[in-house]
Ligand binder design. Structure first.
Ligand code: DHB
Length: 396
């Protein structure tokens, strides 16, 4: 075995929201880390993902000095509209919970975190390959990788964070059967996402139930809109002409008080989705955070917020361990984060099943869904349940 040439406290695999925020939070506690990422910086900063931040996420960004742009450019939303049976019902987050959400895309969060890590002389290495974690069950884990220039490197660290997203390699270091249980759920639909230069359809997001399938009108700026349509998972971008997309959005969304506003579509993609949780999220000195350990269907936009919630807990546990050698926070990490993960699973599943039309849905199924939407949005208790989950329960 080669002798490690690089030494750090925490080796972090993956420069997504979990890995970068973890590295940032550790730095603020005086703990150094190295982040290894297989993609290029421009790829990380350019990949389009969801765009809704819980107030917790925004507050944490602001409190830790990476919130200037989200404060200036993020769009604060104090409610959303659910549409069904041709009309809308508003859920007023502010009135029901005193909190709000902010529309600010994930890649902008990543851009802010990368800029700050580099400003703070943080060590973030892009375009690395063959990242392999060794001996995570010993007191001396190492991570080997090939850097951007093709030279082999070996890092010695105390702790390893697996933040390598849904295509994770680190999760598989937790032995299946004896230790790890994976919980899966597939869905018989996908989302077709577009970005369009167009005026906002509405000031707030619209979640629309329709017998033709779910539709979501979201936004990015006053001039750029993000919309989604429920489609068949086998559908391709080529099958969806601009006309077909607008026609379908009108059919599913338009009605009393709403009309989709058209424009020029400049991005189209099909997003597959599923629910997944791995338990536990740790083994030896390896700790998983974010999508490497769990994914949610996108309805309700919990994915990135959950990743940030994980590393809020993990960074505290790691920092306490380095400061005092008290490892109780690390030992109980999975136990601490799993209840929030499962609550988000429930909420995302519930929103998905309440709003999407299953293949072969009968009139009974559709009428039952409309009754569910009516029941939930009519009652203050029902609206509060949605609002509390949508804005997110406070971290910690
Ligand atoms: C967006 C994505 C979501 O999954 C959602 O529930 C709301 C908005 C978005 O990308 O804007």
């Amino acid at each position: 075995m080669r002798t490690p040439t690089i030494r750090t406290r925490v080796g972090i695999v993956g420069a997504g929201p979990a890995g970068l925020m973890l590295s940032h939070l550790l730095h603020l506690r005086g703990i150094d880390s190295i982040v290894l990422e297989s993609r290029s910086r421009s790829d990380v900063e350019g990949t389009i993902r969801a765009g809704v931040l819980e107030q917790n996420t925004v507050d944490l960004m602001v409190e830790t000095g990476v919130g200037d742009r989200v404060k200036a450019e993020g769009l604060r939303h104090s409610g959303v509209e659910f549409r069904f049976a041709g009309r809308g019902r508003r859920i007023d987050f502010e009135e029901l919970t005193g909190r709000s959400v902010t529309v600010y895309p994930q890649h902008e969060v990543l851009t802010d975190l990368i800029a700050r890590r580099l400003d703070d002389d943080g060590d973030v290495r892009f375009e690395v390959s063959d990242v392999t974690v060794h001996d995570h069950q010993s007191d001396n884990p190492t991570i080997s990788f090939v850097d951007k220039d093709g030279s082999e490197q070996l890092i010695a660290c105390d702790l390893v964070a697996g933040c390598d997203g849904s295509r994770t390699g680190t999760r598989f270091l937790i032995p299946e059967a004896q230790v790890r249980t994976d919980h899966f759920r597939q869905y018989p639909f996908a989302w077709f996402g577009i970005l369009a230069e167009a005026p906002q359809t509405s000031e707030e997001l619209i979640y629309a139930h329709h017998e033709r399938g779910f539709a979501l009108c979201s936004t990015r700026t006053a001039d750029v809109q993000r919309h989604y349509l429920q489609v068949d998972p086998e559908d391709t971008v080529e099958q969806w002409s601009d006309d077909r997309i607008w026609d379908e959005l009108h059919k599913r969304v338009d009605g009393e008080g709403a009309e989709v506003r058209e424009g020029t579509i400049f991005s189209k993609s099909v997003l597959q989705f599923r629910s997944f949780v791995c338990e536990p999220l740790q083994h030896g000195r390896l700790f998983l955070a974010g999508d490497s350990a769990h994914t949610v269907p996108p309805t309700g936009a919990k994915g990135m917020n959950l990743a940030i919630a994980d590393v809020f807990v993990l960074s505290n546990a790691m920092a306490t361990y380095f400061e005092t050698r008290d490892d109780r926070g690390l030992v109980s990490y999975s136990e601490t984060v799993l209840p929030r993960i499962w609550r988000a699973q429930h909420f995302s599943y519930w929103m998905t099943s309440m709003l999407h039309t299953a293949p072969g849905a009968t009139n009974f199924d559709l009428r039952r869904q409309i009754a569910e939407l009516d029941t939930v949005t009519r009652s203050a208790a029902g609206r509060t349940l949605i609002a509390e989950n949508y804005v997110g329960v406070a971290f910690g």
